[in-house]
Write a protein that binds this ligand. Structure first.
Ligand code: G1P
Length: 305
C-alpha cells in the first residue's frame, strides 16, 4: 500500500473547548497553545496536516480563543527585530506556523459537542470537496504519517477511514470504540473493517479494544449524518454517532491501526508525557533530559522508604 493517494484539501481542527481539565492555566491560555517543548500543540497538528498534503486548516474556535488563530499570523515587528539582531534560527521558528498551511477559522457559537463543531466547517467547504480530514488537537499521534496511510486506504475502499489505537479495558470508556468484523494486514498496515461505533461505552460493553484516536478522513456525507443524529453521550452531538449512522446506511468505514505513540494533550498527565517524549527525541534537550530523568528516578528509588 504505497500509492500516496491525495489527502483531502481541508483539515478541520476542533478547538472550541473550554479546556476545563487544564484549569487554571486555561483561564487565559487556550490549551491548544500550551507548548510541547517549545511548539504549541496546534502547530504540531497543522504541520501533520500539511505533511499529509492538506492545503488549508479550518480551526473551529469559540469566543475568547482568537490567539489560537493568531499563532498563524505573521508577526512582522518581531520578525524585523530578530532579523536585525541576526537571530536567524529564531526567525525560522517564528515564521514556520504561518508558512505551513493556509488557516481559516469558524466560530462555534455554543459548546454543543464535537460533532456539532465539525458540522460548523461545512459552510466554508468548496462544492468539489468530497471528503475532509479531521484532526483533534488533544491527540498527538507519533510518528506522523497515519493520515497518508488513511488516505491510501480510502483510495481502495472508498467511504470514510479512521485511526484506531488498542486501549486497555480499564481506559476504554474515554473513547469512541469500534465494532469490527474483519482485520487485514497489508505490508505493515493493519486495517479494520468497522461495523459499528459507540461513544464512551462502559468497559464491559465495549465492542472491541480498538478506540478512535482523533484522526479521521470523512466522506462529505458526514455533514448530512450530523444533521440527523440526536445529542448522545454527555448530551452532545457526537461525531461517533454520525459515523455509526453512516455505517447503518451501508457507508463503508475502515480504521487503520496506529502502532506508534499516542498522547492525550488535553489533560496535565498526558501532556507531561507528550512533552517528555518529544523532548527526548530532540538533539538540543534530549541528552540532558535523559541523564536528569535517570538520576531523578534513581535517587527516588534509593531514598524510597
Ligand atoms: C473524542 C471523541 C472520541 C475519541 C477521542 C480521542 O473524545 O469523541 O470518540 O475516541 O476524542 O481522543 P474526547 O476526548 O473529546 O472526550
Amino acid at each position: 500500500m504505497r500509492s500516496a493517494a491525495a489527502t483531502p484539501r481541508t483539515a478541520i481542527v476542533p478547538a472550541a473547548g473550554l479546556g476545563t481539565r487544564f484549569l487554571p492555566v486555561t483561564k487565559t491560555v487556550p490549551k491548544e497553545l500550551l507548548p510541547v517543548v517549545d511548539t504549541p500543540g496546534i502547530e504540531l497538528v497543522a504541520a501533520e496536516a500539511a505533511e499529509a498534503g492538506a492545503q488549508r486548516l479550518v480551526i473551529i474556535t469559540s469566543e475568547g480563543k482568537d490567539s489560537v488563530v493568531a499563532h498563524f499570523i505573521d508577526d512582522r515587528e518581531l520578525e524585523r527585530t530578530l532579523a536585525e539582531r541576526g537571530k536567524h534560527d529564531m526567525l525560522e521558528k517564528v515564521r514556520r506556523a504561518a508558512a505551513l498551511i493556509t488557516v481559516e477559522s469558524v466560530v462555534q457559537p455554543e459548546p454543543l459537542g464535537l460533532g456539532h463543531a465539525v458540522s460548523c466547517a461545512e459552510a466554508v467547504l468548496g462544492e468539489d470537496e468530497d471528503a475532509v480530514a479531521v484532526l483533534l488537537p488533544d491527540d498527538l499521534v507519533l510518528p506522523t504519517g497515519v493520515l497518508q496511510t488513511m488516505s491510501d486506504v480510502r483510495a481502495q475502499t472508498g467511504g470514510s477511514v479512521l485511526c484506531a489505537i488498542e486501549v486497555p479495558q480499564q481506559e476504554i470508556s474515554a473513547y469512541g470504540v469500534f465494532d469490527v468484523d474483519g482485520v487485514r494486514t497489508d505490508h505493515d498496515t493493519t486495517v479494520l473493517r468497522v461495523t459499528g461505533m459507540v461513544e464512551k461505552p462502559a468497559p464491559h460493553r465495549a465492542p472491541s479494544p480498538f478506540a478512535a484516536a482523533g484522526r479521521y478522513i470523512l466522506d462529505r456525507a458526514i455533514f448530512d449524518a450530523l444533521r440527523r443524529v440526536a445529542p448522545g453521550a454527555g448530551g452532545e452531538v457526537q461525531l461517533t454517532d454520525a459515523i455509526a449512522w453512516l455505517i447503518g446506511q451501508g457507508h463503508p468505514v475502515h480504521a487503520v491501526v496506529h502502532r506508534g505513540a499516542r498522547h492525550d494533550l488535553g489533560n496535565p498527565g498526558g501532556y507531561l508525557k507528550a512533552a517528555i517524549d518529544m523532548a527526548l527525541r530532540r538533539e538540543d534537550y534530549g541528552p540532558d533530559l535523559r541523564r536528569w530523568l535517570i538520576d531523578r528516578l534513581h535517587s527516588e528509588e534509593t531514598h524510597a522508604p
